[in-house]
Design a protein around this ligand. Structure first.
Ligand SMILES: Nc1ncnc2c1ncn2[C@@H]1O[C@H](COP(=O)(O)OP(=O)(O)O[C@H]2O[C@H](CO)[C@@H](O)[C@H](O)[C@H]2O)[C@@H](O)[C@H]1O
Length: 458
């Protein structure tokens, strides 16, 4: 089975959020199942140090531009990586400029040309999010089956009118935006959890595409994300001051104390330390915290550390809280891979109150690292976090349902109360740490799906 992943992000090379985690780890699990899987990624300027072929393995043109594709490998693996090179990518940003639509259309179109002209002949082209959503349309005349994975329905890409000005997209495709084009023209649509697959067929979560999604019937399935449990392992993580695992959980507190020291907070094992690692955007639900700071801080002993960047509204919200409660709240408004690991490995509670969440990687890393998740019961959060029942000792975290500040506040108090009972809390941590969060099951589901699609072309 030959499969080409096409994506704007890929861990550990180019990451903004969870898309990178999936594209950098699912191929490793597929390769273990015998799939010849490769990845195509823009050759971003910050990848200059990555070893690659001296000469391009393919040279051609797309959208009146000359492009070169170099071959490299996903670090610490044998997985071939095609780096799509053009001056438009040779800078230090992944997203965030007015040429975004043009850049990613150029990227996708180059991959289409590469396949059309025999650069490689995958049986399945696995496209991710709006950046690569026109590929299924362009592949229609090829004996290549396409899978389109929706990591986030909220980002649908610029309107098609913009695309028409720089690349031919037939008028009768019915595709009025890139996300819709991916949905309509792919051979199979997946999203990253079973609950989100159901939710997006409703007006509440469908981002105005729910009608189109409902019409797809069985073509849309939800396959739960996994994480790379080899790379994300508290027993070997080089960013943690002290390594630990389920058998040595008592060592974990050293990471918490080191983190409190690093943050300049009171160093005290009995104060609950709440961690947040997130893109700061509407999706993540932090507006729920806005009216809660005073009542929360005045009625609890919790400390809070937030690591994230994004929308200025949320940056302002957290910066303001850190200024008002300098003894209790710390805000780091940036991307920082090393600090994120120290938070997962040191915080007691991991907060993710998302308005919607296709799957969520953050809560899975938290579970693996013994930080108990407090999440809203939606999307993949509802599929991975199960309510802590102290009587029967079941569940691995805390959930609230209604999207309202009071519900979140109640759960913050409840979790802090649970934190006082050390033995219960440790068993709660252990249930999270011992769960299988790897790709083992879900990679098998993707392989089955590829097999069914390829069987159609014989
Ligand atoms: N400031 C920062 N510094 C360091 N690391 C940071 C960071 N901000 C975020 N991260 C990291 O980025 C990742 C976030 O992944 P999530 O899946 O939780 O959300 P995201 O919305 O980006 O992903 C989207 O795609 C994924 C993949 O399918 C879905 O799980 C998800 O629901 C969907 O919204 C985590 O690995 C987290 O540690």
């Amino acid at each position: 089975m030959k499969v080409l992943f096409v994506s704007a992000e890929c861990t550990p090379l180019a990451k903004v959020g969870g898309l990178a985690d999936v594209v950098g780890s699912l191929p490793l699990a597929l390769a273990k199942l015998g799939v010849d899987v490769r990845i195509a990624l823009p050759y971003y300027g910050f990848l200059g140090q990555l070893p690659k072929s001296e000469e391009p393995v393919w040279t051609g043109s797309a959208m009146f531009q000359r492009l070169e594709i170099y071959e490299s490998h996903l670090p610490e693996s044998d997985i071939p990586l095609y780096l799509v090179g053009h001056p438009a990518f040779a800078n230090d940003r992944i997203y965030g400029s007015e040429d975004e639509a043009w850049r990613f259309t150029l990227f996708s179109r180059t991959v289409a040309e590469f396949i059309w002209r025999g650069g490689w002949d995958p049986q399945v082209l696995h496209c991710h999010d709006w950046h690569t959503a026109l590929l299924p349309l362009w592949m229609r005349a090829m004996p290549v089956m396409t899978v389109y994975t929706i990591h986030n329905l909220a980002y649908q890409g610029p309107p098609l009118a913009g695309f028409r000005s720089f690349v031919d997209v037939p008028y009768d495709t019915g595709a009025w935006n890139p996300m819709a084009a991916g949905i309509i023209h792919s051979d199979a649509i997946t999203t990253v959890s079973p609950t989100y697959a159901r939710e997006i067929c409703s007006p509440e979560y469908g981002e105005r595409l729910d009608g189109l999604l409902r019409a797809q019937g069985g073509r849309l399935t939800g396959i739960l994300n996994g994480i790379n449990t080899d790379a994300l392992d508290p027993a070997t993580d080089k960013y943690l001051p002290v390594n630990f695992d389920a058998a040595s959980l008592e060592l974990r507190v050293e990471n918490k104390l080191a983190l409190q020291r690093e943050l300049g907070l009171e160093v005290n094992p009995y104060r609950m330390l709440v961690g947040i690692v997130s893109r700061l955007v509407d999706q993540k639900g932090f507006d729920l915290l806005a009216p809660l700071w005073d009542i929360w801080m005045n009625n609890s002993a919790a400390q809070v550390v937030v690591l994230g960047s994004g929308d200025p509204f949320y940056e302002f919200l957290f910066r303001g809280a850190a200024e008002r409660y300098p003894e209790r709240v710390r805000a780091f408004l940036r991307y920082d891979g090393a600090l994120s690991q120290r938070i997962y490995g040191g915080a007691d509670l991991f907060l993710m109150p998302s308005r919607f969440e296709p799957c969520g990687i953050g809560q899975m890393i938290a579970l693996r690292y013994g930080a108990v998740p407090l999440v809203r019961k939606t999307g993949g959060l509802a599929d991975t976090v199960h309510f802590h029942n102290p009587i029967d000792e079941e569940g691995n975290g805390f959930l609230f349902d209604r999207y309202e500040p009071q519900s979140l506040l109640a759960m913050l108090f409840r979790s802090e109360e649970a934190f006082r009972y050390r033995d219960y809390w440790q068993r709660l941590q252990l249930r999270g740490m011992q769960a299988d969060l790897s790709w083992k099951v879900s990679a098998g589901r993707y392989l089955d799906l590829y097999g069914q699609l390829v069987a159609r072309i014989g």
